[in-house]
Design a protein around this ligand. Structure first.
Ligand code: GUN
Length: 283
């Protein structure tokens, strides 16, 4: 049975360190770091994520401003709100929960957020900086995964890494961060041929494709480290990841559970980015 990589344990440790650093920031600057989170529409999953982000902020001493809009809000109204938050010195970080309704361009919204307040690291300026290794903010989920690998002493340098899924939020930046740490990365997606050959040759596999229990034991090299980014409901309504946990955990050396694996780390990195934004803006 593989060792469990617990995002809960690592998050608790990192959040306790953040709590101390934020208290120190408060002493020096006389105020808390502030994070604005905007959610549009009534997607239940988005609402849960946003609620969890709010609770996590309170837990470490970040002031969290939740802004909720109904489905019908216009793109212009949302963009004007972002302008207002960009100019507001109480707000150090701005996060617009994705996905957005079809009438609103995600590209326009992301590009409107000041790169200095872009704690998701989705703005093209920040993506470019990550690509050349000269960044302030790292994207929350991939950076959280690197923190997990570091905590559990998983060596990345020189290892074969397969990333399955090429989203802008997880897959693409994950490939960049593993490359920066000297991993040899194959970025796989729906058109990849002979995926199983690639995964069977990989020491680290990160799965982020949003397909319930996609990665099966026959695709995994014995002793590999498996990171599951997925959150799906299976046919019985049970919460499952993108990895068939029961069987892959018999082959892998280490594996993240769902829930309690990657999820808490995403939020922890958001908190870290918000503190970093506040420090940069208060220099
Ligand atoms: N939707 C799913 N993951 C994320 C994330 O990390 N940030 C934002 N803003 N939206 C998301």
């Amino acid at each position: 049975m593989a060792e469990l990589i617990s995002g809960k344990i690592v998050s608790e440790k990192l959040r306790s360190e953040l709590r101390d650093e934020i208290a120190e920031f408060k002493l020096q600057c006389g105020r808390c770091p502030g994070l604005a989170v905007i959610v549009v529409g009534s997607d239940p999953a988005s609402k849960v994520y946003v609620r969890n982000k709010h609770k996590a902020c309170l837990d470490v001493g970040i002031e969290s401003y939740q802004i909720e809009y109904p489905d019908g809000i216009s793109e212009e109204e949302l963009l004007l709100k972002i302008d207002e938050l960009n100019a507001d010195t109480k707000i150090n970080g701005i996060l617009v929960q994705l996905p957005l309704p079809n009438n609103i361009s995600e590209k326009k919204v992301i590009e409107r957020i000041s790169p200095d307040k872009d704690v998701d690291a989705f703005h093209p300026a920040n993506v470019g900086r990550i690509t050349i290794g000269n960044y302030s903010f790292l994207p929350c989920t991939p950076s959280g995964i690197i923190s997990l690998l570091d905590y559990y002493g998983v060596q990345i340098s020189g290892k074969n890494c397969a990333v399955i899924g090429r989203s802008n939020i997880v897959g693409k930046p994950m490939a960049l961060l593993l490359t920066e740490r000297n991993g040899t990365v194959t970025l796989c997606h729906s058109k990849t041929q002979k995926l199983k050959e690639i995964t069977l040759n990989s020491d680290i596999i990160v799965v982020a494709i949003g397909k319930a229990e996609f990665l099966t034991a026959d695709m995994v090299k014995p002793g590999a480290v498996v990171i599951d980014v997925g959150i799906n409901r299976n046919d019985e309504g049970k919460l499952v990841g993108d990895v068939k946990f029961d069987e892959v955990s018999q082959v892998a050396s280490m594996i993240t559970p769902v829930p309690g694996g990657v999820g808490p780390m995403t939020i922890t990195t958001l908190l870290k980015n918000t503190l970093l934004a506040a420090k940069i803006q208060n220099k």
